[in-house]
Design a binder for this molecule. Structure first.
Ligand code: CUA
Length: 178
């Protein structure tokens, strides 16, 4: 089959680009542990701030000793605005929005998820000690660029379980059905 020179150049160009894109994807997945969140749980956006899971935002420890974070996105802030977590410990984030779509991104970590009204996003990750910026990476309105929170990760031995820790029902078992 005779393929025109320019045709061939474009075919190779497209092939190389595809290989690059797949390579980038594979690199992000395997090297940095990026993966799409796969948790499906619904919640009434208007009832978020009254719901048992999000009435109080922040860090809590469940009955089994696992660390969780409940956070809410709204134009234009994350609640809570500051978090302190233990290093080298799996932390499960539960996130939702009361208004529009936001993007919860813990900068320079693999902790990231879209935050969609009506749904509870969930992911689990762990951190090295240090200070991190939590940004919003989905354009959500005029104050988008100001939507940020602070995460402080301290060595495990220094971390104190929050005094007001409650055995708040976690994730899966707690989808809102009304
Ligand atoms: Cu919230 Cu951009």
């Amino acid at each position: 089959m005779k393929v025109d020179l320019y045709e061939r150049i474009w075919m190779w160009g497209v092939g190389v680009m595809l290989a690059l894109f797949f390579g980038t994807l594979a690199n992000a997945s395997f090297r940095y542990g990026f993966h799409p969140p796969s948790h499906v749980e619904t919640i009434d956006p208007k009832a978020v701030l009254k719901s048992p899971q999000f009435r109080r935002q922040g860090v809590y420890v469940d009955g089994g000793g696992a660390v969780h974070v409940s956070a809410v996105g709204l134009m234009f802030a994350w609640l809570p605005a500051a978090l302190t977590l233990p290093a080298e410990t799996p932390v499960t984030f539960h996130l939702t929005s009361v208004d529009v779509i936001h993007g919860f991104q813990i900068v320079r970590t693999n902790g990231q998820s879209m935050v969609v009204p009506g749904y509870v996003s969930q992911f689990t990750t762990s951190f090295k000690a240090g200070d991190y910026l939590i940004a919003c990476n989905e354009y959500c309105g005029v104050g988008h660029h100001m939507m940020a929170a602070k995460l402080t990760v301290v060595p495990k031995a220094q971390w104190r379980t929050p005094a007001d820790t409650v055995a708040t029902p976690t994730g899966g078992a707690h989808a809102a059905h009304h």
